[in-house]
Design a protein around this ligand. Structure first.
Ligand code: HEM
Length: 186
């Protein structure tokens, strides 16, 4: 695993990602913004008015077993592929009953019951992803999930979202905002 990387998502008027849609599926929405800038590590923040910033850090795997990690590593592609001109930022907060569970109980819901990793794997390598943890930072969300894909894979991405959200794991999602983005040339 690479060392943890702190990532900040700035919603405002600057950045290469234009907001196509922003909607809350559960809980409070976020204020509407025109663009999102992604700031990695110590890089300087972008100029321009910022309405909100969400922060998270990459981290070690919590639930993924060895065979799954090997399959993911064999299939997944990295961020910033030139053809991946669509993205989604989906901040998620899970409920207190989820956090009251023990690690083995959460793994059982995530994978044995909900098949999160197996479902996600069906959409590799088209969808590239990065998971950021925010809960320990006192942020409003527990996770900031980020996905990149080519325009022709948008329908597959929609299908994956519908499959994941139909699973029991999503009974524990109390706040979820979906922000769809388009990367503009230049
Ligand atoms: C591209 C397909 C996807 C793959 C291959 C995938 C894979 C994974 C894996 C392996 C983990 C476990 C990480 C660990 O061991 O700690 C995970 C966690 C997570 N994924 Fe996905 N995922 C995908 C799509 C999604 C989507 C579309 C969402 C949101 C709508 C999502 C939300 C999350 C969240 C919130 C977690 C953290 C769960 C927790 O720790 O409670 N994933 N994903």
């Amino acid at each position: 695993m690479p060392p943890p990387l702190m990532v900040r998502f700035h919603g405002g008027e600057a950045g290469p990602w234009r907001v196509n849609s922003l909607r809350a599926l559960a809980g409070d929405p976020l204020p509407a913004v025109a663009r999102i800038a992604v700031q990695e590590g110590a890089a300087s923040p972008r100029a321009g008015a910022i309405a909100w910033t969400l922060s998270g850090s990459t981290g070690n795997l919590r639930y993924t077993e060895r065979a799954e990690a090997d399959s993911l590593a064999a299939r997944q592609q990295g961020l910033s592929r030139p053809q991946a001109r669509r993205a989604a930022l989906i901040p998620i907060r899970k409920s207190e009953p989820w956090w009251a569970l023990a690690q083995d109980e959460r793994r059982a819901i995530l994978e044995a019951e909900s098949r999160h990793i197996a479902i996600g794997m069906d959409y590799l390598p088209a969808i590239a992803r990065r998971l950021h943890h925010s809960r320990e930072l006192g942020e409003p969300f527990d996770f900031l999930t980020w996905f990149e894909y080519a325009p022709e894979h948008e329908a597959a991405f929609d299908e994956m979202l519908a499959r994941l959200r139909a699973q029991r794991e999503w009974d524990f999602v109390e706040r979820e905002v979906e922000i769809r983005l388009v990367r503009e040339a230049g």
